[in-house]
Design a protein around this ligand. Sequence first.
Ligand code: 13P
Length: 283
Amino acid sequence: MDGLTLKKLLKKADEGGYAIPSFNYSDIWDFMAIVEAAEEEGAPIMIASNPLVVKAIGADCCGAFGEAAMARAKIPLVHHLDHSFSVEMCGDCIKNHYPSVMIDASKYDLETNIKYVNEVMALAKPYHVHVEAEVGKIKGKGIEGDFKGGDFLVQVEDAVELVKQTNVDSLAVGIGSAHGFYQGKPQLNFERLEQVNKAIDTPLVLHGGTGIPREDVQKAIKLGINKMNVGTIIHCTYMNSVRAELNRVGDNAYTLDVMSVVKENIKKVVKEWIRTCMADGKA
Ligand code: 13P
């Protein structure tokens, strides 16, 4: 698996009217649950570690595990670095066999954002690694990022300029989605999404999946989203299931027994999201 294969997967998704779901993992248990669910649904997926996970486990171990999992998976599986604010971490993950990385320099002005994206492109291209960038901002508070201002909406001309100057492989766009749980119904700016999609050919990514209603996700896919990021609901299902199962069995539980129950709960959530993205049966 390399970035070129991901490019083809995203193109196929664009032509087929579905999105590649990308799920955030924290360790091997949710990683395994996500992959099993995708195999049972016959869906191509991406599986992503955020920088906190990379720091905690190490790019070397995450990379080695990801590489083995991609080789073994019965579906197209792409290991991805999510929301790196650091060029250095992108470089580390590229060296450790990640086929895809995201450099999120959206907090800077456009010129600086472009500069960082180009630095990562230079590191990535010799290894055929796919690079995702971001224009506009993802709102909300979550472990993948924290932006509370009102100035989140992507400007079409910024997306055009960034793509022109970097030739980046995919682009996350700020259209009102947020990391973490939403307060109230998410208000996505579909009109802006459509305008960006018409202005550039680059695959578009929607972050902040948790809490976006199914019909809005599917509308966004129709208007140009090719990759859909989902994190919070995975972490929360994981932790809440651990607590419920430990409460049920009491002291001295065996890890694998607990995790077999936890994994099933995570798999249910992942399968629902795969169907929401209409990626089931598309492997
Ligand atoms: P949620 O945590 O809101 O699902 O968003 C995940 C995400 O966008 C990761 O980049």
